[in-house]
Design a protein around this ligand. Sequence first.
Ligand SMILES: Nc1ncnc2c1ncn2[C@@H]1O[C@H](COP(=O)(O)OP(=O)(O)O)[C@@H](O)[C@H]1O
Ligand SMILES: [Mg+2]
Length: 154
Amino acid sequence: MNDTPLIQVRGLTKEHGAGASWVRAVDDLDVDVPEGQTLAVMGPSGCGKSTLLHLLGGLERPTDGEVWIAGRRTDILSERALAHLRRRSIGFVFQAFHLVDELTAAENVELPALLAGRSPRAARRRAESLLDRVGLADRARHLPSELSGDQRAR
Ligand SMILES: Nc1ncnc2c1ncn2[C@@H]1O[C@H](COP(=O)(O)OP(=O)(O)O)[C@@H](O)[C@H]1O
Ligand SMILES: [Mg+2]
């Protein structure tokens, strides 16, 4: 085990909008998340939970402060380096799912592996094993529209 926390956040601040719609969604946050820890971010609607997750996952850039993932500062990476980090190291279960409607469950799971350069066969095998792990082996050839909300999230 490494002593460096997996996620380190220092003085993290994110402001949205301008004028009357200006809002500080994340306000000078410091937090360390050790490897292996499960963290729940709780609070009322609009308090900044999604903004925080977007900042940690490299989907948005902070107004101020720093994000470190596995000892590497990420908020100042180039768009290209951020895309690589998201593809290789970060997984999101979005509220709105963001599945590709025309692709089956298996193809949706295969897609990031193909983008990361895995062979089609390796991607297919990995997708089958992951779907099996979450109890969806028998839904692999279903389209997202043929899955329940909970199945789409899985
Ligand atoms: N892209 C944006 N532009 C302007 N305001 C935003 C944007 N995203 C979020 N906000 C505002 O920031 C605040 C926090 O939003 P959000 O992080 O989505 O909250 P939560 O996920 O906790 O419900 C809210 O007041 C929301 O209206
Ligand atoms: Mg939210």
